[in-house]
Design a protein around this ligand. Sequence first.
Ligand code: NAI
Length: 249
Amino acid sequence: MSRTAVVTGAARGIGAAVAARLATDGYAVALVDLDAGAAQAAAEQIVAAGGRARGFGADVADEQAVARVVEEITAELGAPTVLVNNAGIIRDNLLFRMSVEDWDAVMGVHLRGAFLMSRACQGAMREAGWGRIVNLSSTSALGNRGQANYSAAKAGLQGLTKTLAIELGRFGVTVNAIAPGFIATDMVRATAERMGVGFEEFCAGAAEQIPVGRVGQPEDVAAVASFLAGEGSGYVSGQVIYVAGGPKA
Ligand code: NAI
């Protein structure tokens, strides 16, 4: 069986941590990102640590780019049997200020991107009779002020997860979602900047509201992705696992 894993949005943040973790788990990892140079740099760090990895540039919302990159990955690392749909963007605004462009951009990366990547990778998984798809949802799927687009996309990913679990289960493919709460990454840093709050201060304020008393790190998500991508999770499918330091956002 091919031990190739694809992680989208893997140049930094949660995706980079998931890629590094899957490499430690023994997968050859394809790091796909809009930013090909940064994806390759992240891959080189994995290689320096003894793993097998390569960076690839692609926009996951672009049908042709997705087809091309999955072909490249198959040729260079082997047919992928693990896919982590992690690429994401935020374009926050209250409804009355939200532009159609910001709605479409968020839907495009999260939902269309996960659909296109899953469709492009499922053939290899069915052929192998084994596969794992992990989608990055969010606690924002439960509703979050200023995130009508993002919240709808992240809730949509939960529906996609459950439906693909039903369709692909018979081929040995499980499909699950991870819904992180506050994870300290550049995405959150950008939100803090927009609100005019320092990153440390923003994290400290958030930590006070989180039952485990700290904010999440990319590695907290990577540990759960590792479980869901592994052999031992074969009877877990169509689930949404909240990784939020507590039961709710
Ligand atoms: P990030 O902004 O640090 O990294 C996202 C990566 O995705 C970037 O490298 C970016 O270049 C890439 N990307 C964006 N659009 C792309 C496209 N069209 N095609 C390919 N790559 C693209 O974000 P972070 O925080 O690491 O988040 C990763 C995922 O986790 C996202 O789906 C995000 O929505 C989700 N998430 C993050 C949370 C957090 O608190 N940081 C909480 C809940 C969910």
